[in-house]
Each structure stands twice: as structure tokens, then as C-alpha cells.
Write a protein that binds this ligand. Structure first.
Ligand code: SAH
Ligand code: DHB
Ligand code: MG
Length: 219
């Protein structure tokens, strides 16, 4: 058995052991695959983690950068009270269309707003503060996304950045691809930012070896 097969088998076990069946989320993944979207949504147990972080925070307003087919969006939207709001930013109109269909089918059309366009153009149109920000788009822009997340949050807010390990590439000094450099530069900004406390955790699972960075705004 390869490492990847083992990680997938354990994810299958953990999801079947702890997460109830979820037709709306299964349908969302199926629609995304049928529409030809890349299969890079967070895994179910990771989506559940986002949902729990938002609930622990008591979040009412969530910002997501990188919607894809709305899978993580649905997990986050379900964490909110009835008058809660998710704003999710997506560059690709085809992805946004699939996401809107999935969000509506999950009964969350009244909670989620999908804004289409490059995030660096839609972020300046937003008004904070958001309680949770999930950064999961083009990784080369992670430094700018972190700076925007700081502008659009308040003390007590949580910022989560996905895919910060990339099979270990983040720690390989010979890897100078824009996505890896962007994530390293973002970590430098986080380290230099006196208003936050942060950590990062590497993960293995059905989506391979990766990780996320968790930032808490103290001030
Ligand atoms: N959060 C999703 C996965 C997002 S995949 C989930 O876990 O379910 C990354 C998404 O970011 C893709 O849909 C891609 O089109 C989008 N994206 C890439 N560059 C972007 C940009 N500059 N602005 C906004 N979205 C972008
Ligand atoms: C990629 C993007 C993601 O958000 C992810 O979770 C996995 C992979 C990618 O661009 O390859
Ligand atoms: Mg991701």
C-alpha cells in the first residue's frame, strides 16, 4: 500500500466514523466534477474543521477567497446563524455558476454572496469586519490576501490559509515557484505582524500531504 493509499483509507475511516451522511455536500462535489472543475475542494473532514472553527468563533460574517464549486463555502455557511453572511470571491465565472447552483441546492442562497472577478479587484469593494477569513485561491497572491484579511478583520477574528505545505515544497529552498514563494512571503508577513498569533499544521489525507496556517487576531 502506498502512503497515499493509506492516507485515503484513514480519511475514509475518519469520515465514516464521525461525519453523518450528507447528500447536499455529495451532490455539490458531483456537480463540480460533472462540470469539469478540478477536484481540489477541501476533504470532508477538513470542511468540517472549517465549520467547527467558525462555530467556536461564534462567527456571523465569513469571507472566503477562492470558491471553486462552493464546497467549503457550504461548510462555512452552515456554521452561521440565520442572519449570518458568507461573501466568497471567485475569478472563474464557470466555477461561480456551479457554486451558485450548489449553494442554492443546499438551501443557502440567502446566506452566501458569490462575487465574480479577480479577488484583488473585489476585495476593495468589501466592508469588514469579518469574523473568519478562509484564503484558498491563487497561492502567489497569498501575501496580498493576508494583508487584505488584516484590513477586513477585527480583534478576535480568525484567518485560515489552505495549502501552505504542498507536499513539502514550502520547506524546499530550491523550490522558487510563485505559489511556494507567495506562501513563504505570507508567513514572513504573519511573523512580522504584532497583532496576531499564528501556527501552521501539516496534514495528510485523501488530498495528499499539505497543511493550513491558522492566524488569530489578538489586537
Ligand atoms: N475553497 C474551495 C477550493 C478553491 S480552489 C473548496 O475548498 O471547496 C481555488 C479557486 O480559486 C479556484 O476556483 C480558482 O478559480 C480561484 N481563483 C484563482 N485565482 C483567483 C483570483 N485571482 N481571484 C479569485 N479567485 C481565484
Ligand atoms: C490547488 C488549489 C487548492 O486550493 C487546493 O486545495 C489544492 C490544489 C491547486 O491549485 O493545485
Ligand atoms: Mg485549497
Amino acid at each position: 500500500m502506498s502512503d497515499q493509499q493509506l492516507w485515503t483509507a484513514v480519511d475514509d475511516y475518519l469520515v465514516s466514523a464521525l461525519l453523518p451522511p450528507d447528500p447536499a455536500l455529495d451532490d455539490a462535489l458531483r456537480r463540480a466534477t460533472d462540470a469539469g472543475l478540478p477536484e481540489i475542494a477541501v476533504a470532508p473532514n477538513q470542511g468540517r474543521l472549517l465549520n467547527l472553527i467558525a462555530r467556536v468563533r461564534g462567527a456571523r460574517r465569513v469571507l472566503e477567497i477562492g470558491t471553486l464549486g462552493g464546497y467549503s463555502t457550504i461548510w462555512l455557511a452552515r456554521a452561521l446563524p440565520q442572519d449570518g453572511r458568507v461573501v466568497t470571491l471567485e475569478f472563474d465565472p464557470r466555477h461561480a455558476a456551479v457554486a451558485r447552483e450548489n449553494i442554492a441546492a443546499a438551501g443557502l442562497a440567502g446566506v452566501v454572496e458569490v462575487l465574480v472577478g479577480p479577488a484583488l479587484e473585489t476585495l476593495p469593494t468589501l466592508t469588514g469586519p469579518f469574523d473568519v477569513v478562509f484564503v484558498d485561491a491563487d497561492k502567489d497572491n497569498n501575501p496580498a490576501y493576508f494583508e487584505w484579511a488584516m484590513r477586513l478583520t477585527a480583534p478576535g477574528s480568525v484567518i485560515i490559509i489552505d495549502n501552505v505545505v504542498r507536499g513539502g515544497r514550502v520547506a524546499d529552498p530550491d523550490d522558487t515557484s510563485p505559489a511556494v514563494v507567495g506562501t513563504r512571503r505570507m508567513h514572513e508577513l504573519i511573523r512580522a505582524e504584532s497583532r496576531v498569533a499564528a501556527t501552521a499544521v501539516q496534514t495528510v489525507g485523501e488530498k495528499g500531504h499539505d497543511g493550513f496556517t491558522l492566524v488569530y487576531r489578538e489586537a
